[in-house]
Design a protein around this ligand. Sequence first.
Ligand SMILES: CC(C)(COP(=O)(O)OP(=O)(O)OC[C@H]1O[C@@H](n2cnc3c(N)ncnc32)[C@H](O)[C@@H]1OP(=O)(O)O)[C@@H](O)C(=O)NCCC(=O)NCCS
Length: 405
Amino acid sequence: MTDHDIRVLDDSQYRAAHTLFRGTLHYPPAADDGWKLAQDSYEPGRAFGAFADDELIGTVQAFSSQMAVPGGAVVPHAAVSRVGVRVDWTRRGVLSALQRAQLRSFVESGDVVATLRASESLIYGRFGYGVATRYRTVRIDRSRAKPRTRITGRVRLVDLEPGEQLVRSLYEQVAPRRVGTIGRWPAWWSMGLHQPSRDERPKIAVRSSDGEDDGYLIYKVKPGVHDASESKPTTLDVIDLWARTPEAWADLWLFALGVDLVAEVTAEGRPVDEPLEWLLGDRRACKTTAEEDETWLRLVDVPAALSARTYRDRAGTAPVLIGVRDTYLPDNTGTYRVSADGVSRVTDAPELVLDVDTLASAYLGDVSFSTLAATRRLDVVEPDAPARADALFAVPEIPWCGTFF
Ligand SMILES: CC(C)(COP(=O)(O)OP(=O)(O)OC[C@H]1O[C@@H](n2cnc3c(N)ncnc32)[C@H](O)[C@@H]1OP(=O)(O)O)[C@@H](O)C(=O)NCCC(=O)NCCS
């Protein structure tokens, strides 16, 4: 018997849940115009509340989306957000109860995976979420950057209203090519682009070549002084940049670096393998100011997730038997035979054993099984099993999501 119960919220309760969540992050309630944008992001059946004596004390929510996995498939995905427990109710099992209810609902709705961004890194492993992608934050001193090359296509500014449709369609064409990217829901776009204050609205630049649009940049310039050595330099912040080709990618960065009276160009949440330094005359003008965990991935349906991705078919790569432990969704517990031909559930003894959060970290290919074995994150039964798993799970490009929510 607990002193609280979990319920699916209805639309009359969304604003209270939103206010409660913002309070747990120490933000005030959203003003009416901000709430108007946020309201549309609540989906029926996707928001939960914890109640004590009919009073809301905690909440969690999810957006419906898809995620690209190795091999080109896109699987049903729940993007978990707005997780908060009222400060006078923390550490009494409220989040655990919300997680249990939410994970069960994902199974029922056919979500193969769920992801979230973690405010703190010690919270979500116990619920089966593991770090599956990383990103870096960069700062480029524009006066030193001296790009080695020039724009080859055409980059034009577009107004926000027509621009929104354009960038949404470009994103949908380009993003799923990269493992770890997710589908963005309509309210993600409207909340990002249509801030209530006009000053905060971003600018959109679209790149084209031979009359065809092939990439875009969304950015904001924060005015300051025009010298990077000053404490408040004028800064161009790259918010979102996606390109179909390397040529379009280079042109969009060159455009960002070419805006007059800007002292610094910054970007958060970029891929760790983005070759920015190679664009610059002085590669030290680009500093990585942070590298952090990005996607926390939960394999909701382990058999479906393992079957959805492909495995490297290197000559002579033998199958591997992976034992999975999942305390929150015990149906996933079992042994999986993974080979270049696919995945099946078997009753054989496993050759390596890991918890479902550790499997999630290896699933998109960001970390190898050998690394996980070396750091004692998995139990090795057959000594060569991690190397076989590495060969099968290897990916040609580091996974990256690129969408904050
Ligand atoms: C994070 C938060 C939701 C946790 O809620 P909660 O109801 O206290 O969590 P629970 O009581 O169910 O805790 C479950 C377990 O996680 C641990 N845990 C919870 N929050 C933790 C934290 N911030 N750091 C480390 N461990 C944490 C608990 O100690 C407990 O461990 P146990 O199972 O070994 O006993 C709540 O503290 C909160 O709202 N924080 C501020 C907002 C926030 O950070 N939201 C998350 C946004 S991603």
